[in-house]
Design a binder for this molecule. Structure first.
Ligand code: UTP
Length: 275
């Protein structure tokens, strides 16, 4: 059973400057709900109650969001507006929220390693909240937890991307096990299309077994000085212990302006309800 979900939220979000100068990218709202709340809701729906955040400087709005705001709540108490807080209240009442800080932004792999003290020696989920995943039925993480129960190894979520976009993603190749499921054999970070082993791109949902921490500790920083999560997962894949899962649902890359606007329009049209 996967109990904990790790949210690396320490990045600078430079693609959204100046909006992200003093506000975390993960607090940008898709219509009326911050990206990070969509992520926590997905983890909760997948059965997780321990939410662990790797934060950084200037990210205080995140712990404030997952806390009670007494003044505001007293002010709107008894009015229709209270309904707007039902979703976040449910999370606050049912989950615990723990935080640690990444002091230097040395990449996603380093952020995950920083989260070790919050996770301990157990398999855990990771959500990159700027990848917003929407589904008709079970959430993407829920789908992945079911696979973990079957395979008991690390799971990465993948989707097909146009070949010319491979240089924006970690790209896998592997052996098909059955529909939508591959055993990962190789994984390359941001390859040019000519070097890409496929067009199957890893997106921001993972289930990782705890040996990833030791691997990350021994992973050398890449050319840009960052510790790449891809390199650590590749080490697991070489032992045959990584599954790639082509999930059911739709992903919006809200870390880019185009994806953010697309998600906003989609949610406004399909999910938003005026109160
Ligand atoms: P991104 O590269 O998409 O986020 O990292 P970023 O660096 O914040 O965005 P840009 O490119 O400057 O606009 C993927 C995820 O990993 C986290 C980010 O917060 C994001 O959720 N991250 C990245 C960390 O927590 N620490 C890091 O050192 C790097």
């Amino acid at each position: 059973m996967i109990k904990k979900c790790l949210f690396p939220v320490a990045g600078y979000g430079t693609r959204f400057l100046p909006a992200t100068k003093s506000m975390p990218k993960e607090m940008l709202p898709i219509v009326d709900k911050p990206l990070i709340q969509y992520g926590v809701e997905e983890a909760y729906a997948a059965g997780m109650k321990d939410m662990a955040f790797v934060t950084g400087r200037g990210k205080r709005a995140i712990p404030d969001h997952f806390d009670v705001s007494y003044e505001l709540e007293t002010e709107i108490s008894g009015s229709k507006k209270e309904q707007r807080l039902l979703g976040i209240r449910k999370l606050i009442e049912n989950c615990t929220f723990n935080y640690t800080r990444q002091i230097m932004m040395k990449g996603l792999g380093h952020a995950i390693l920083t989260g070790e003290s919050l996770i301990g020696d157990q398999a855990f989920a990771v959500i990159l909240a700027d990848d917003l995943c929407l589904t008709e039925g079970q959430g993407v993480l829920h789908q992945m937890v079911k696979l973990y129960d079957e395979f008991k190894c690390s799971i990465v979520a993948i989707e097909e991307v146009p070949m010319e976009r491979t240089s924006s993603y970690g790209i896998i190749s592997g052996k098909s096990i059955r529909d939508n499921i591959y055993r990962v054999e190789s994984m390359v970070e941001k390859p040019e299309p000519a070097e890409a082993p496929s067009n199957l791109a890893v997106i921001g949902r993972y289930i990782l077994t705890a040996d990833i921490f030791d691997i990350l500790r021994n992973t050398q920083p890449g050319a840009n000085g960052e510790i790449q999560l891809t390199d650590a997962i590749l080490a697991q894949a070489k032992k045959g212990s990584v599954i790639a899962y082509q999930f059911k649902g739709r992903r919006f890359d809200c870390g880019s302006v185009d994806g953010f606007v697309e998600a906003t329009n989609y949610c406004y049209k399909n999910l938003y309800k005026e109160i």
